[in-house]
Design a protein around this ligand. Structure first.
Ligand code: PMV
Length: 330
């Protein structure tokens, strides 16, 4: 009763920001992301008769506390679905440099969902798997698919129509993402509590939600037509709108540091020099930059030279979830 799955993380071009149901992880708006080839998690799950509780190992370390409780809660959902009561040993390897500012929860929960359901013999479609994965971590439901994926918020109270759908495969369009890692860190407001505070207190939240349908329609046209400028402009503006909602919250907060703003400015200067590059930022200070393959060296060198930047990691568009044989674990 063992299975291994590999899933890549994703970066949202249209952000998921706000929940309508916290327990089921149902969002207030649709979101759209690129799955990234460079950052992934491989997870193997083995259900065993002789275990008296679940055990979660991340990069060979036994994890306890909040992080492990989220994994156990997710395994409970899978056990319910399969009608089985066995405990599991979970072994995860993250090739998502935590410092790169990617929430490893996206690739982590997608790989966990794939491996745990397969290990218990559940034959789920990708849609079913995405819907289940959503309940581990919202953004993870998009990582079931490669290329470009849209998470449909759905209308139903039970969340049965809230899952990701593929928009274009990874071979559709070779665009790149640079993850710009900053050297200074700050105390993090988690995406979960940041979203909650924004939904409950920010007067800008309504404007954010109302602006999403037009952004989605336009960005999907841009992806279809491989119109990099259109996609980049919409993604950058959508990110700025999301971050603007946090400034209207009570108490107000921001995920940005001074270096975050320097990187944003550098990206705008690249554009002024004729290099199309656009930024997006999640619930943290690090910046992700979209660019075209022919500008890779220029973009990497320019971003690496911004004072306060410690590292720039590059990625192509990645594949959806895959299942590995035992000897392929990596
Ligand atoms: O799924 P979570 O709880 O990691 O939230 C992700 C929220 C953002 O990264 C800010 C946006 C997104 O759509 O990924």
């Amino acid at each position: 009763m063992k299975a291994t799955a590999k899933a890549h993380t994703n970066i949202a071009l249209i952000k998921y920001w706000g929940k309508r149901n916290e327990a089921l992880i149902l969002p207030t708006n649709n979101s759209l992301s690129i799955t990234l080839d460079g950052f992934y998690t491989t997870t193997s799950v083995e259900f065993k008769e002789d275990l008296s509780k679940d055990a979660f190992y991340l990069n060979d370390c036994l994890i306890e506390g909040e992080q492990s409780n989220r994994v156990i809660k997710f395994l409970d959902l899978v056990r319910d679905l399969a009608g089985k009561e066995l405990f599991a040993e979970v072994n995860s390897t993250n090739v998502v440099p935590t410092a790169a500012g990617f929430a490893s929860s996206a690739s982590g929960f997608a790989a966990l969902a794939g491996a745990s359901t397969k290990a218990l013999g559940l034959e789920l479609s990708e849609t079913e798997l995405s819907r289940l994965t959503r309940q581990g971590s919202g953004s993870a439901c998009r990582s079931i698919f490669g290329g470009f994926a849209e998470w449909q918020k759905g209308q139903k109270e039970d969340g049965s129509d809230s899952y990701a759908v593929p928009i274009a495969t990874e071979s559709h369009w070779d665009i790149r993402v640079a993850a710009v890692v900053l050297s200074s860190k700050m105390k993090k407001v988690s995406s979960r509590s940041g979203m909650r505070r924004t939904v409950e207190t920010s007067p800008f939240f309504r404007g954010w939600v109302d602006s999403i349908p037009a952004d989605l329609t336009a960005i999907k046209e841009g992806i279809r037509d491989k119109d990099f400028e259109k996609v980049g402009q919409i993604a950058e503006a959508n990110c700025l709108k999301m971050h603007a909602t946090t400034l209207g919250a009570n108490p107000p907060f921001t995920y940005w540091l001074d270096t975050t703003m320097s990187v944003m400015q550098t990206v705008q200067e690249l554009r002024a020099k004729g290099i199309p590059a656009y930024f997006t930022i999640d619930a943290g200070p690090n910046v992700k930059v979209l660019y075209l393959p022919e500008h890779e060296d220029m973009v990497q060198n320019t971003l690496s030279n911004v004072p306060g930047v410690s590292e720039v990691k590059l990625s192509k568009v990645g594949k959806g979830i895959t299942f590995l044989k035992d000897d392929e674990f990596a």
